[in-house]
Design a protein around this ligand. Sequence first.
Ligand code: AMP
Length: 403
Amino acid sequence: MKVLVLNTGSSSIKYQLFLSDNWHVLAHGMLARIGETESELKFNWTDASGASQSRHAQLSIPTHQAGLDLLIADLREHELLTDVNELAAIGHRVVHGGAYFNRPVVIDDAVIAAIEQMVALAPLHNPGHLVGIRVAQHLFPTVPAVAVFDTAFHQTMLPIAYRYAIPEFLYTEHQIRRYGFHGTSHHYVAKCAALMLGKPLAQCNLITLHLGNGASACAIQGGQCIDTSMGLTPLEGLVMGTRSGDLDPAVVIYLMKNIGLDATAVDQMLNRQSGLLGICGVNDMREIESRAAAGDAQAELAIGMTTHRLKKYIGAYYAELEQVDALVFTGGIGENATGIRHRTCAGLENLGIILDDAANTARELNGARCISTAASPVQVLVIPTNEELEIAQQALAAVSINV
Ligand code: AMP
C-alpha cells in the first residue's frame, strides 16, 4: 500500500508519496504560489528503472483543488498511483492541535471542528491545513485521512512547564499556555537516538535541538517531552531565522506605547523581521557563517547570540532532566552547521558534553552519526530529521488502530 503526506499552507502544498512496505519515497514535491498569477509545480519521482526524475513548471494553479488535480494527474501518468484506493492513508501535517490531541487522529467532523477552534492560535497555519483536508476529502473520499499535530508530542508536559505565570482565567477561558511545536521532528529524532543508544526510548533522557529556519529545543525524559522552548506560538525560545525567540514581554508594550506600532506591526516585526535577519540582515546561516569568517561583526554577533541562547536552554534542560544520555542536533542548521555545533558545545565539558572536533567536521559523514568522543558521558548525535516519514508512519499506524 501507499501513504500520501500533505503539508498544506495558505498558498502551497508540499507532498510525499511513500510505499509503506519499505518506506521508499515514490514521489515528492510542491505546488507553490497557489492562487497567484503564476504558480509553480515541482514534481520529483523515481521511474521504473529506479532513476530519479523531475518536472518543474510555471503555470496557473488557481485553487488547492486544481493543485491536487495536477498532482494526481502526474502520479497517474507515471504509474505511481493508478487508483486512489492504493492509498492506505493520507497524513496531513497540522501545526496546532492545542490541548485536544496528544496523538495522531483519523479525521472526522469533530477533529475538523477542533482544528478550526485552534485557528486563533495558529492563524498562519491551521486555515491552510483545513483547506487541504477538505479538498483531499473531496478528491479521495474513500481514503482515511489522519491529522498529525506538531503540538501532540509536547502534550506530556506538566503544568509547571506549560503554564505561564499570568492570571488563571487566561488559561481556563482563553487556553493561553505553552504548547510547543516541531513535535513530529523531536519525536522522530528521539526514536532514532534511542536506536543509536541501544536502549528503549522509554529509558532515554535526551535534549533535542531542531535548528532550522524555525528552531526549538526539547527536554525528553523517559521518552516523553517534559519541556520545550516554543510556547503559545512558535515565537518563543531560541534565536531563529526571522523570529526573535525569548524577549521581555515589556518590549511589546514599549513598541506599542513608545514607537506607535499596532498589534499587526508588532507581530510582523517579531515573527518576520527579527532573529538572525534582524540582527545581521540575512537569515541564511551559510551566508552568516561566511560573512562572520570574513570579519562581519553583525554576522558574528548573530552567531554568538544563537549559540549563547542554545547553551542557556541546554543548561536549563540538563537541570530539569538531572541525567542526560544524548544531545541531538537536527534541522538544516543542526545537521550541517559544524561551527554552530562546535560553539554550542564548547565549554560544556563539565556537563559531560565532549565534542570530537574531527567527527564534528568530517565532510564524508552525512547520515545519523555520533560526534562526541568515546569518553564523553553524554553522546552528541547528529540525526537528519524526516518529518514526512514520521507523519506517514504515524498516519498508517492510526488507520491500523482504527480498523
Ligand atoms: P531548514 O528550515 O531545516 O530547512 O533549515 C534552514 C537553515 O539551515 C538555513 O538557515 C540554512 O542556511 C541552514 N543550512 C542549510 N545547509 C547549511 C550548511 N551546509 N551550513 C550551514 N547552514 C546550513
